[in-house]
Design a protein around this ligand. Structure first.
Ligand SMILES: [Zn+2]
Length: 457
């Protein structure tokens, strides 16, 4: 068994040849997920496809629940819960791994299409925390759905295939950017400047806007008014790629939080059925505060647990709270690891290191842990014991040095209901960038960590 905790020896240095091969194989499956599950809707589809292939069935198709049963709930096509029923009753508590499947992106506004200087643009409103200047001059894909006036649903997915066109946000050339270059990074490109070029050609006698709208009508049957009720996302179109001579890292869009979401999915699909019921929660809207009826602040998780309890003939609100009090959760979100190019934002001895395993974060928050879950030592030591016993390489890491960083996850919501919760996920570099970076060994250890947690007592 490999050494599970070290701040001097990387995971790779601690692995044997077989483990190293498993890391690289896992990386291939993970990259495929990153490219297929590019939005929360596509992630939901892919998760359910993989789960159904392994025998998961909709929870409402069940009349009873027995040990080993595999059920799922699809929350409006944007969030999923997968559960494997344990030997003990659900009421005795659930092992939950909770990750999110939404990522920062640019959403089209309700009235996006307009012309400026003879070119056609789509206006956007950014979703989640982005550094706006990073979204210019990169290939963007348009993914989402739009309904025609008579209610026909049209799925749009343009930009991910090799021969698809992409969309593009411009930036100034250096020769004419003297004034722009004096601005702060926050102001160099503004939110209203995040407009994507979507067309240019028009026939004599028509405007470029009219030409684009005609093209959309002919191709998809959609009209300008249809945009008002659509959900269309511009996401980076770059496929995930190996990084480095040794292929030790992966660059991709959306690894916050698909690194943990894929590990979560892979873990529940491959874990041995447990004594306790296992639940993989893959939720939407984390990046904008978990609001909305597909986010963690809504009631769908409560309802799912109460449905499990009802199917085992222990229905009721008290039983729900008792179940949650008996439950344990890994809040599966990414953290930021120490970046040697920006050492000033971390305190190195308490930051996670790239390639040193899955990261445990006792508390997040900012300005004196405000807004943080702050996990209990009793639960932390239990998790440590599970990881050590299963040979999972783990480390600890805060999000930035004191009064520098801070951030939230879905941890506190589960803790509100009484569950033991700790933040636990892979650490990454360039989080929330259009193309972010992670270590292959870290995402693999994250999968092993969730699997060990699901299988633990
Ligand atoms: Zn996240």
């Amino acid at each position: 068994m490999k050494e599970t905790y070290s701040r001097t020896k990387s995971v790779w240095q601690r692995m044997n040849k077989t483990e190293q091969k498993a890391v690289m194989t896992y990386g291939e499956a993970y990259k495929n997920f990153l490219d297929v599950a590019r939005t929360e809707r596509l992630a939901t589809e892919e998760i359910i496809r993989q789960a159904e292939a392994k025998g998961f069935r909709p929870v409402y198709s069940k009349k009873t629940l027995k040990a080993g049963d595999k059920v799922y709930w699809n929350q409006k096509g944007k969030s999923v819960i997968l559960a494997v029923i344990g030997k003990e009753p659900v009421h005795n508590g659930i092992k939950i791994v909770g990750s999110h499947i939404d990522s920062p992106r640019l959403d089209l506004k309700a009235n996006p299409i307009h012309e400026q200087g003879g070119a056609v643009y789509a206006r956007t409103h950014y979703y989640g925390g982005v550094k706006k200047y990073q979204w210019a001059c990169i290939p963007l894909a348009l993914i989402g759905l739009i309904f025609t006036k008579d209610g026909k649903k049209v799925d749009i997915q343009l930009g991910m295939k090799e021969d698809d066109p992409i969309f593009y946000i411009s930036d100034l050339l250096p020769h004419m950017a003297q004034d722009q270059m004096k601005k702060s990074l926050a102001e160099g490109i503004t939110g209203e400047q995040l407009q994507a070029l979507v067309g240019l050609h028009a026939k004599d006698g028509e405007t470029p806007c009219e030409a684009i709208m005609k093209l959309l009508k002919d191709t998809y049957g959609i009209e300008e008014e249809d945009f008002a009720t659509a959900e269309l996302e511009l996401v980076p179109a770059m496929k995930s790629r190996d990084v480095g001579f040794d292929r030790s890292m992966i660059a991709s869009y959306g690894q916050d939080d698909r690194a943990c979401s894929f590990a979560n999915l892979h873990a529940i699909l491959n874990a041995k059925p447990g004594v306790k019921t296992q639940a993989a929660l893959l939720t939407d809207k984390e990046e904008i505060g978990s609001y909305g009826n597909t986010g963690m602040e809504s009631s769908y998780f409560v309802k799912f647990v109460m449905k499990l309890l009802a199917l085992q003939k222990t229905p009721g609100l008290l039983e729900f709270y008792e179940t949650m009090e008996n439950s344990e959760m890994l809040s599966a979100d990414v953290n930021a690891c120490y970046d040697p190019m920006f050492p000033e934002v971390s305190e190195k001895d308490n930051a996670s290191l790239m390639g040193f395993g899955v990261n445990l974060t006792k508390y997040g928050g900012s300005r004196g842990k405000a807004g943080s879950n702050d996990a209990n030592a009793e639960f932390l030591q239990k998790v440590r014991h599970i990881f050590n016993a299963a040979g999972v390489c783990w480390q600890i890491g805060e999000l930035g040095k004191v009064d520098q960083g801070g951030g939230g996850t879905i941890a506190f919501m589960m803790a509100n209901w009484g569950a033991e919760v700790v933040d636990c996920g892979a650490s990454m570099i360039s989080m929330h960038a259009p193309y972010d970076l992670i270590s292959k060994a870290d995402v693999y250890e994250t999968y092993l960590a969730y699997k060990a947690f699901f299988e633990s007592k």
